[in-house]
Design a protein around this ligand. Structure first.
Ligand SMILES: [Zn+2]
Length: 157
């Protein structure tokens, strides 16, 4: 996801912001976990996901970095993730909160720390019911959604 063509604004704010996110869902046996779509990082249940720069050939730095593309990407609208939703059969989407250091663009943020607030499992996924049940480990509301477009209309921003 691109977070916008305009220059990003560096924000170091304690106030969290809420936006849209999609994840890859890992579901085998008794274990259901969210992973980042861009880098595959695990979102651990019960504690914040912390950004870590996975770019090789760059000097180590804290994520997000203005000169890099790292950080947890959060969109201001679900629309920004449309491409990723259309290509993957293992996608879960929802709202997440980010806090700590972050960069703000026109379309979203790149942030240091995040946690999901509400999760939607597409009804088209195999095992949608079992995945929704497994995602309860995150301790946030989980719903089965008919289609992302439908939810986008139904959930107030
Ligand atoms: Zn980086």
């Amino acid at each position: 996801m691109r977070i916008g063509a305009t220059p990003e604004v560096v924000t170091n704010a304690a106030e969290p912001v809420v936006g849209w996110k999609i994840w890859r869902v890992e579901h085998d046996g008794g274990r259901t976990r969210l992973r980042s779509v861009l880098y595959g990082s695990l979102w651990p249940p019960g504690r914040p996901a912390v950004a870590d720069c996975k770019k090789l050939y760059r000097l180590r730095h804290e994520a997000p970095d203005p000169l890099c593309e790292c950080g947890i990407h959060l969109a201001k609208s679900l629309e920004q993730w449309r491409h990723y939703l259309s290509v993957g059969g293992d996608r879960v989407f929802g709202r997440a909160m980010v806090w700590g250091n972050r960069l703000e663009g026109e379309l979203g943020w790149r942030a240091a720390t995040a946690y999901p607030l509400a999760l939607y499992v597409s009804a088209t996924l195999d095992d949608a019911e079992a995945i929704a049940e497994g995602l309860s480990v995150y301790g946030v509301p989980v719903e089965i959604a008919r289609a992302p477009a439908h939810v986008h209309e139904a959930v107030p921003a």
